[in-house]
Design a protein around this ligand. Structure first.
Ligand code: NZQ
Ligand code: ZN
Length: 390
């Protein structure tokens, strides 16, 4: 067990009747608000109208940046930063999924730079300690961006998708109303659910002997929650309990509570970000294709007990098997969950991805070194894992 500091200043308003607190949160920072949103889902589900009404009633001057893409582009972030500079924006309000919240965080950081360009911050690995305040209204249980210090930004010209991190990027407040996710299509629900699961899975194994029992138990509880409630939300999109469990699981998975002194692992994420950088696929779907292959590739005598534990404690695999057989059953159960229960297509070939860029992607995923985790992965390992996904 390592020493650790837990820090997360995000104030979360969770539940059906919390948006009434939006104006007081925004007015903490000023009256000029940049509302950032995506392709229109917030207009269709009524959230946009609620925000405009609240702004009008409280004397908030609302500016807008719409059209944030899934896998948000640095060019869109820069448009938002330009508005902030021109209009002297006080606070950036994101209303949407992870892409919208990440875009808002990028805007908040870039707005305080001299030229308003986010890409030098992203590509330079700058830890952001100065940014405009961000307030988030979450509509998709998935990325944890509503409570974490990260924004993942894509540059389609260079095929790069990179995380921008910083203490200043943690939202000042997050509004989580499970009802706002009722309109999510089944596919997005499945992809978001697996993203949550994988945030924990990537970290679970890295923890190894360095963690402590409470953290492992909490990690397993979050993964079990996803396994239990994702299929319910897919079948019954307006099931409040299912949406609420997924939404809070999204935040719990990445708000640092489950780190507990471990170094946060990201093996599948490092490999997936290359897939969405090159092919613009949905993040959670890419993760679901990679994760079972990653576990199959790294399975050995040393880590078999940990993988078997995932099987027994998350998927209900029978106890008492030898570790290697149990671990294989755990991986089978994970595959069944991804491709059976969640109904996600199981291969990269299904997504029309072939091996053309695997070498370059593998090298970039390792960023000149190795991907850390229960087994260190070099570019040649990553390439083999991509091939297993075909
Ligand atoms: O753009 P709109 O119209 O809002 O539609 C979105 C989009 O088409 C739609 N959607 C969201 N909420 C909806 C809804 N449709 C109907 N009803 C609703 N309530 O869903 C589509 C996908 O939205 P997006 O925001 O892209 O999904 P997600 O939340 O999964 O975010 C994915 C992005 O976050 C990054 C991913 O890499 C990807 O770029 N990540 C961010 C992380 C972070 N900040 O810490 C960590 C994650 O690992 C991840 O990498
Ligand atoms: Zn993720």
């Amino acid at each position: 067990m390592n020493d650790f500091i837990f820090y997360n200043p995000d104030k979360v308003y969770f539940g059906k009747n919390q948006l009434g607190h939006l104006s007081e949160e925004l007015l903490n920072f000023g009256k000029k608000v940049l509302l950032v949103y995506g392709g229109g889902s917030i207009k269709r589900n009524g959230l946009y109208d609620s925000i405009v009404k609240i702004a009008k009633e409280s004397g908030i001057e609302l500016f807008e940046l719409s059209g944030v893409e899934p896998n948000p582009r640095h060019s869109t972030v820069n448009k938002g930063a330009a508005i902030c500079k021109e209009k002297n924006i006080d606070v950036v309000l994101a209303a949407g999924g992870g892409s919208t919240i990440d875009c808002a965080k990028g805007i908040a950081a870039a707005a305080l730079t001299e030229n308003g360009d986010v890409w030098p911050l992203v590509s330079g690995g700058v830890w952001v300690t100065k940014a405009l305040p961000v307030v988030a209204i979450l509509t998709n249980a998935a990325t944890g961006s509503e409570m974490d210090a990260w924004a993942v930004i894509s540059n389609m010209k260079t095929n790069e998708k990179i995380g921008l991190g910083g203490s200043a990027l943690i939202p000042q407040a997050a509004f989580e109303n499970p009802e706002y996710s009722y309109t999510l299509p089944s596919y997005q629900t499945a992809c978001g659910a697996f993203d949550i699961f994988n945030h924990v899975l990537d970290n679970y194994y890295l923890a190894g002997g360095a963690t402590f029992d409470l953290i492992l138990e909490m990690q397993e509880a979050v993964m079990r929650t996803v396994v239990k409630w994702a299929p319910v939300a897919m079948k019954e999109p307006k099931n409040y309990e299912a949406r609420a469990n997924l939404m809070w699981a999204s935040s719990m998975a990445l708000n640092a509570i489950l780190d507990g002194g471990t170094v946060h692992g990201c093996a599948c994420h490092a490999m997936e970000h290359e897939l969405s950088a090159y092919y613009d696929i949905t993040h959670g779907h890419g993760l679901a294709i990679v994760a079972p292959r990653w576990l199959t590739y790294i399975l050995n005598e040393t880590n078999a007990p940990a993988i078997y534990r995932l099987g027994t404690n998350v998927f209900g695999v029978e106890k008492g098997l030898n570790a290697m057989d149990g671990a294989k059953k755990a991986i089978d159960a994970l595959s069944d969950f991804c491709f059976g229960t969640l109904g996600l297509l199981p291969t990269l070939t299904d997504l029309k991805i072939d091996k053309t860029h695997f070498k370059a992607m593998a090298e970039h995923a390792c960023m000149g070194g190795v991907i850390t985790g229960p087994m260190e992965l070099r570019p040649e390992d990553v390439e083999k894992i991509y091939e297993m996904c075909l």
